[in-house]
Design a protein around this ligand. Structure first.
Ligand SMILES: [Zn+2]
Length: 386
């Protein structure tokens, strides 16, 4: 096996951490669409989307045979990590996330077995090469600044023969948010805060996966027009709208345009290595193995990382490091609402109307497809809800 590769530039890790944690403390975003989000869950969408994700791992129905270790890259509050732990009872559960706010929530969540979670940017994952048998990453890669750097890291820590399952928005679908971001890009503006880049298509991702070294084994579309349902249509429409639209994912060619999410099963080629001992945690500066203490962790080369009040060790930046980007990185100023802002708002409204008009003729087709296969009938509504 090749020796450890040099760590990538991790200077911006602390910036990602600070911006991400600020976003997770801001609850107004979630309150704004509260009714729709409650209906989203009540209709079974949460369970359906998670079920599609977990199925791609192909765990045996009893989960008995699967051994080794699983990393949830961008585990957030730990929902998927814990659910996957239930599906694969033999696997040790590891999670990394850039936000200590969410990691704190993960540690509070009841779990069938202990979680090993660390605070780190995905650009510098605190584990040795070929540490994990499986990697999950649900709706994370669209939030990072440069997916190529993160995919190379995921590839590095995955064992040869290991499987990575990655879910992300389908930027080719006609959701108004995708169109808005494309418009913002055309006007030379950043599409969204902290990444959240919804403009990337499945083709973009397949090329990036191949560049990182992965083989794409499977691709699944789901969540037909889900953003239209959760952010535009009245909440009360969701039960019937969902059952008419979601079966469209089975219609060849339509998934790309209608389904707002896409999931990939990726393989790291190479001879599968037997499940070894626990993954080796390593320094995000020099990749030497680290020793954990009550206060945090340190490597043999003097890099020290401290434990946050939430519990996990913060690997985003060593103690005593100069603040990333010089003293007190300036916060980018909010764009001033001007003519471009007004124009964008009007175009966005027009796009929403055009989108609704485009969906209407598809409803009878969805009803027909639903007679053959109704995705909601295969998953219990509360199967995977947090
Ligand atoms: Zn070090």
């Amino acid at each position: 096996m090749a020796g450890p590769t040099a760590p990538p530039d991790r200077a911006s890790g602390a910036q990602y951490r600070d911006r991400s944690e600020a976003l997770h403390r801001d609850t107004t975003v979630h309150q704004r669409n509260y009714d729709n989000l409650v209906m989203f869950s009540a209709c079974g969408y949460n369970s359906l989307i998670r079920d599609d994700f977990y199925r791609l791992f192909d765990f045996a129905p009893d989960g008995g045979e699967r051994r080794g270790s699983l990393l949830d890259a961008g585990c957030g509050s730990g929902v998927d990590l814990i659910n996957l732990g239930r599906l694969a009872p033999g696997m040790a559960l590891y999670g990394v996330d850039v936000s200590s706010v969410l990691l704190g929530q993960a540690l509070q969540r009841p779990s069938p077995r202990p979680l090993s979670v660390h605070q780190a940017a995905l650009e510098a994952i605190p584990f040795a090469d070929a540490s994990f048998d499986a990697i999950a990453s649900h709706e994370v890669v669209e939030h990072v600044e440069d997916p190529a750097v993160v995919l190379a890291e995921l590839f590095r820590v995955l064992k040869p023969g290991g499987v990575a399952v990655i879910a992300t928005p389908n930027g080719a679908s006609l959701w108004s948010e995708h169109l808005r971001q494309r418009l913002a890009r055309l006007m030379g503006r950043r599409g969204a805060p902290v990444g959240a880049d919804h403009t990337r298509t499945p083709g973009f991702w397949r090329r990036e996966f191949a560049r990182a070294g992965f083989v794409v084994e499977r691709q699944v579309f789901d969540a037909a027009a889900i953003e239209f349902q959760t952010y535009v249509a009245p909440a009360a429409w969701m039960p019937w709208l969902g059952r008419c639209l979601e079966p469209l994912r089975a219609v060849p060619g339509l998934g790309l345009l209608v389904c707002d999410r896409v999931k990939f099963r990726l393989l790291k080629p190479g001879m599968a290595v037997p499940a070894a001992a626990a993954p080796v945690a390593c320094c995000t500066v020099c990749r030497a193995p680290v020793t954990f203490t009550d206060e945090g962790a340190h490597c043999g080369n003097g890099h020290r990382f401290i434990r946050t009040s939430a519990g996990p060790v913060d690997f985003t930046e060593p103690v005593g490091a100069a603040p990333a980007g010089g003293a007190a990185a300036p916060t980018p100023a909010a764009p001033q609402p001007g003519w471009a802002f007004q124009l964008e708002r009007w175009l966005r409204r027009a796009a929403i109307l055009a989108y609704a008009a485009w969906l209407l003729p598809l409803l009878p087709l969805g009803l027909l497809a639903g007679l053959r296969h109704q995705p909601f009938d295969h998953v219990a509504k509360d199967a995977w809800n947090p």
